[in-house]
Design a protein around this ligand. Structure first.
Ligand code: PLP
Length: 376
């Protein structure tokens, strides 16, 4: 089997399991307890928070552990918008993950917010000038994703964040897909909030984090005992927080440049050999382990099934929209025809995937597309 669906999720790394194990077994204390098991859990949680903060160039007090990327996005959008509204206006893009798009929609529906959804160009890029123009006196938050899960396109986050800062608007970025591939130093980027998810990085599903700058007020979504400095109540998931810290601390292996070179060889091979293949997203500004295509005249699902028969596991784009019958809003936002958007296939990989395996996937893809064209 060749696993080319790393953007959907990754396996928990052995060193991460090892780091977590004590906190799932003997060291099972509640960090709020004052006895020795509690203080040991509290210490582990502090260390984990410090490690995630150091990785982001943040302070430990600026990290809120969450149940994953979806919760981190929701906390950023609703928490910041409801805490200190300059007004009831949010700027976002047409290609955000549903965790951001739906959170904005809920604010519009229940709290009367106005949402400006910026279009993207055919590569999936937000225009920084249009972004700046969209900010109004009553804009309370801007949220633009760092890198898109379906098409891999990376946005000029530092430039967008600088505009937002100049105009006095908090800037959030969903960095769930970018984590591990790009430097996420939050001071260098100039962002006010940034979301992470553990299971895209070799940590388990069910842990994530939100960076929130300094004293930027955030209204909690989950009320209770006041854990996570009151921003996210509930007994902390110590073992998983330790796992997230281990996953970000030990990111080694192939360099991002080498991974991007593998990706480029794979993309070139597919475009050269697979009849009718169209690359979606940007050729240059894209995640290093991400290649996405449309294959007009086929059906995305049937390509996936054919590929699986050859031992290649891929996906149609957004794992989160699995089973959706509507064409992807992200692909439609690029101006892709709805019919063609139904034929999307995404290949995403980490540095454990070799050139040979990608070559094998390209060969299988060609065979799959040819056989689907033959029956059409
Ligand atoms: N944001 C992006 C860009 C994603 O790709 C995903 C998951 O695929 C999420 C948010 C949601 O993260 P989680 O699965 O941890 O809730």
């Amino acid at each position: 089997m060749i696993y080319l669906d790393a953007a959907s999720t990754t396996a928990v790394r052995p060193d991460v399991v090892q780091a977590m194990w004590p906190y799932l077994t003997g060291e099972f204390g509640n960090p709020s307890s004052v006895h020795e098991l509690g203080t040991s859990a509290d210490r582990a949680l502090r260390d984990a928070r410090a490690a995630v903060a150091a990785w982001l160039g943040a302070r430990p007090s600026e990290i809120v552990f969450t149940s994953g990327g979806t919760e981190a996005d929701n906390l950023a959008i609703k928490g910041i918008a409801l805490a200190a509204p300059r007004g009831r206006h949010i700027v976002t893009s047409a290609i955000e993950h549903p965790a951001v798009a739906e959170a904005c929609e809920q604010l519009a529906r229940l709290h009367g917010f106005q949402i400006t959804t910026l279009p993207v160009d055919q590569d999936g890029r937000v225009d920084p000038a249009a972004f700046r123009l969209a900010i109004r006196a009553d804009t309370t938050l801007a949220s633009i994703m760092f890198a898109n899960n379906e098409i891999g396109t990376v946005q000029p986050i530092a430039e967008l964040a600088a505009s937002a800062r100049e105009l006095g608007v908090p800037f959030h970025t969903d960095a769930v897909q970018a984590a591990g591939a790009f430097d996420l130093d939050v001071r260098a980027l100039g962002v006010d909030a940034l979301s992470l998810s553990g299971h895209k990085l070799g940590a388990p599903k069910g842990i994530g984090a939100l960076f929130v700058r300094g004293r930027l007020p955030v209204e909690p979504l989950i009320s209770g005992g006041g854990q996570e400095r009151g921003k996210r109540s509930g007994t902390e998931n110590v073992a998983f927080a330790v796992g997230l810290a281990a996953a970000v601390k030990h990111r080694t292996g192939t360099s991002v440049a080498e991974l991007a070179a593998r990706r480029d060889r794979f993309i070139a091979e597919v475009l050269d050999t697979v009849p009718g293949a169209i690359l979606t997203g940007s050729r240059t500004d894209r995640l290093p382990g991400h290649a996405s295509f449309c294959f007009p005249g086929t059906g995305g699902e049937s390509v996936l099934l054919e590929l699986e028969r050859h031992g290649i596991l891929s996906s149609s784009g957004s794992a989160c929209a699995a089973g959706a019958t509507e064409p992807s809003p992200v692909l439609l936002a690029l101006g892709i025809d709805p019919e063609v958007a139904h034929t999307a296939v995404r290949f995403t990989f980490d540095d454990d995937i070799s050139d040979d395996q990608l070559q094998e996937a390209a060969v299988a893809l060609r065979a799959a597309i040819n056989s689907l064209h033959a029956v059409a």
